[in-house]
Design a protein around this ligand. Sequence first.
Ligand SMILES: *Cc1c(COP(=O)(O)O)cnc(C)c1O
Length: 446
Amino acid sequence: MTILEQSRFLATSIPGPRSKELMDRKVAAVSRGIGNTMPVYTARAGGGIVEDVDGNRLIDLGSGIAVTTIGNASPRVVEAVRKQVADFTHTCFMVTPYEEYVAVAEALNRLTPGDFEKRSALFNSGSEAVENAVKIARTYTHKQAVVSFDHAYHGRTNLTMALTAKSMPYKHGFGPFAPEIYRAPLSYPFRDAEFGKEMATDGEVAARRAISVIEKQVGAANLAAVIIEPIQGEGGFIVPADGFLPALLDWCANNDVVFIADEVQTGFARTGAMFACEHEGVVPDLIVTAKGIADGLPLSAVTGRAEIMDAPHVSGLGGTYGGNPVACAAALATIETIESDGLVARAAQIEQVMKDRLHRMQAEDDRIGDVRGRGAMIAMEIVKSGTTEPDGELTGKLAAGCHTAGVIVLTCGTYGNVLRFLPPLSISDDLLIEALDVLALVLADL
Ligand SMILES: *Cc1c(COP(=O)(O)O)cnc(C)c1O
């Protein structure tokens, strides 16, 4: 295997002729409902680079949406997958089980916050794991209602569409949605400033606002679970004010409500901690993981307190592919890589490099309303000059400009005005800085 050269290089304009050809075939063969951020087709990827079929090398600030956190086609993962796929590809864990699944469950029980007895269950996608966390919380509490938050994203299946906040493109036209889902206000420091300084900076105040809505509109006696992303992903990389998560957790503990942390995007070293909850010392009852867990192989999990996880009846949970052996082998290699390569610390370094540069850009440009995030999960919120009014149009142009220049960036946020950066932890500082230089040039040109 040749090593992928770690430099940005444009052999053609973006997209090149081979990508254009493939895009024509895609339009004719693939449902229009499946969109693309960039019209380039991938040939290889690794380190901090995605190489396309025309030989263009793009700097990767997306990691396939926070999935290839340890680097694409990471060596230990490639080796582990090769070995496993040659041994056996599938038996179904519910038919004749295998060690790899148990080993992943053991690793998750060890790595997640909380030093009580834990159990895990494995699934395929983040959405599927979120659905199962809700099933588990309902059987444990014998209650039905679930609260999620403004700007939340929990997936695209029926139950998770109901939990997700944003209509277009995730829910529009796809209803009716699952019942007994309620929405509470989030702590969103940048936008809570309009409700006063306390609301924007004191997480306990913001938590009181949320708890009041929950008590009045749902009632703890009906509520099985509260589900929250410790740092919101699709919603705009929103870091709640300090104290918000602990106050919510407290209220849940006192009211027989299961606290579910959706760490699908924030988990596995992404935020400069193994799990984002750790930044606030929050120990969830259940924690949902996926994305970064297996370097791109489809795997997800629910992990949590043994008495909650063991509430469903025997054979109440499962699925044909859940905890597939190849995906499990990839997960074990991913976890080993995070631990032995010190990638949690690497994510914290990336935060410093990115925030330092983005804050300098912000000081010179009042269209950058906010710079936020943790670890290698950093975003900037783009606004109309000197206001807090979202500028989705400029954000789109900024992303497009970066794409044309060979830098993969993603947008997010309820108002489509957040540019988000999710570099793989295997990216070099040089590539990271070059990508930010490109971003600064594109912004200055607009
Ligand atoms: C991506 C994501 C999901 C859904 O995961 P899928 O694997 O796409 O089903 C759920 N929650 C969060 C926070 C996510 O970022």
